[in-house]
Design a protein around this ligand. Structure first.
Ligand SMILES: Cc1cc2nc3c(=O)[nH]c(=O)nc-3n(C[C@H](O)[C@H](O)[C@H](O)COP(=O)(O)OP(=O)(O)OC[C@H]3O[C@@H](n4cnc5c(N)ncnc54)[C@H](O)[C@@H]3O)c2cc1C
Length: 350
């Protein structure tokens, strides 16, 4: 998400110098292991109109990338998606985002028989979507940002207020995912939803399939087979029990997967937030005012703070949707939150 925000800061604030500070980059992030698939999932209480706003921007962003000269480098594919339901799962609530994707269609029993799927599936829906393999996409995005002069710094931030105090940034954007729970004293809403997935060699699978807790996402070099969604579980160790359950689930519909080579088993923690994605911006003043109570932890003495105004923006809590909503959130954060606040500040200074 942070890379998307940096992209938007460069695009919308002309002449801005941008530095990305992170404890971990690329393969050591949650984003790297994700399936890179577009479909809103595990997004807390984020309002449907925001899911649509941010989702549509991201969907269009990936489609445009797919038909651009950068498609191969960014690892973006257009993918047909099938969600299959059994009788006890009916009726299916229509997803709020159905009008923003191409070819959304309800599936009937007749459609499913035509697709030669097991008879326990009697309904569902299909649509056309995108998958951006993160190994490629994050690498491409990083190279693009480097070309634009964005600086990358590896460091753990222990306090946002210390960061604001120790350098001359005008804007700090907090895109720390699950890390937000440690950084912000008042943040008690963030929790992990553990996801274990397998990456298998199954080049015949070119569509996304989802049924029960099983799903398959075709990426460029492998197919992601999932998965688990264990709420509140911080365990990042691979579980053999989960691996077996994931394979058994997938093979119940696509038995050829039993012979597929498993290239990798991975566990990631979806950074969920009960009240939904936090996308907002506040003006903080580095003085001993009450406004700082969210930020000043016991290791920061307020008498040490230099009076300074900084825009503190937040963009975290994307749950299972960092790829699906991330580009749209980044665009909206800069356009609708940071830019208006910057204009108000400039007006005050004049
Ligand atoms: C199994 C699985 C499959 C998934 N599949 C999909 C999918 O197909 N589609 C989809 O849309 N989403 C998917 N997701 C969800 C997606 O991965 C997340 O929503 C996304 O990674 C969140 O991005 P983020 O940038 O907020 O977090 P991260 O990728 O975790 O990045 C957070 C960054 O903040 C840094 N950071 C944190 N705290 C600090 C600190 N104190 N100081 C310095 N740096 C800090 C970290 O080092 C890291 O660089 C999946 C997740 C899992 C677990």
């Amino acid at each position: 998400v942070g890379l998307s925000v940096a992209t938007e800061l460069k695009a919308q604030l002309s002449g801005a110098d941008v530095t990305i500070i992170a404890e971990n980059f690329y393969e050591n992030t949650t984003s790297y292991g994700s399936g890179g698939f577009w479909e809103p999932y595990q997004v807390g209480n984020t309002a449907p109109e925001l899911i649509k706003l941010w989702g549509e921007f991201s969907y269009n962003h990936f489609l445009a990338l797919h038909s651009s000269p950068s498609a191969a480098q960014a690892g973006v594919q257009v993918v047909p998606a099938f969600f299959l339901a059994e009788q006890h799962e009916l009726p299916i609530e229509e997803p709020c985002w159905k009008d923003i994707v191409c070819n959304f269609k309800d599936l009937t029993s007749a459609d499913l028989r035509k697709l030669s799927l097991p008879e326990n599936f009697v309904g569902g829906y299909s649509f056309l979507t995108v998958a951006a393999e993160q190994k490629y996409y994050l690498n491409w995005l990083t190279r693009e940002l480097e070309k634009k002069g964005v600086i990358f710094e590896t460091a753990k931030v222990s306090s946002l207020i210390k960061l604001a105090n120790s350098c001359d940034y005008d804007i700090i954007v907090n895109c720390t995912g699950l890390g937000a729970a440690d950084l912000l004293l008042a943040e008690t809403d963030v929790y992990p939803v553990r996801g274990q997935v397998l990456r298998v060699k199954a080049p015949w699978i070119k569509a996304f399939w989802q049924f029960g807790s099983s799903y398959m996402i075709p990426n460029v070099d492998s197919v992601v087979v999932g998965g688990t969604a264990q709420v509140g579980d911080y365990n990042t160790e691979i579980s053999d029990v989960d691996t077996k359950a994931i394979l058994d689930g997938a093979c119940s519909v696509f038995p050829a997967l039993r012979e597929a080579v498993i290239e990798k088993v991975w566990v990631g923690l979806r950074p969920c937030r009960k009240s939904g994605i936090r996308l907002e911006c506040e003006l903080i003043e580095n003085t001993a005012s009450g406004a700082l109570s969210d930020y000043v932890s016991s290791d920061v003495e307020t008498r040490d703070l230099v009076p300074r105004r900084v825009i503190m923006a937040h963009c975290y809590g994307h749950g299972g949707c960092g790829v699906t909503l991330g580009p749209g959130c980044a665009h909206d954060l800069v356009k609708s939150h940071i830019t208006p606040l910057l204009s108000r500040l400039k007006a005050i200074e004049i």
